[in-house]
Design a binder for this molecule. Structure first.
Ligand code: SF4
Length: 117
């Protein structure tokens, strides 16, 4: 094989390899998308979480120390929260632990109202 022929062969096989890798990653991408849709389906797709009365006291979702994903509903009557969050209150027995949004605070005078409410 002359040097030129060998180079041509390497270039050709290199292109083939690139083409194969591109196809493989497209395949992987397609299955990711599929999983993503399945995931959305399982959870209803709307991102709705727990809905807790905004006036509720001694509940993590309405506590200023709660580090979970939450928002106030459009009418301001509810806190919509996504399952769990960390308690950031050093006075709480749950400090630095994960609690559910609807967790009931047992220790008196530890809960403080979330500033947004
Ligand atoms: S455990 Fe108590 S102090 Fe901690 S976030 Fe929940 S309500 Fe607030």
């Amino acid at each position: 094989m002359s040097l030129e022929t060998r180079r041509g062969f390497l270039v050709a096989s290199g292109k083939l390899l690139v083409g194969t890798v591109a196809l493989a990653s497209m395949g992987a991408h397609a299955s990711d998308e599929h999983e993503h849709h399945e995931h959305e389906h399982e959870h209803g797709g709307s991102g709705d979480g727990l809905s807790i009365d905004a006036t509720a006291k001694d509940i993590c979702a309405t506590c200023r120390f709660w580090g979970g994903i939450r928002k106030l509903s459009d009418d301001g009557g509810k806190v919509i929260a996504q399952s769990m969050g960390w308690c950031n209150n050093p006075d709480s027995p749950n400090h630095r632990k994960l609690t559910m949004a609807d967790h009931q605070m047992k220790k008196a005078d530890t809960w403080t109202k979330w500033a947004v409410l």
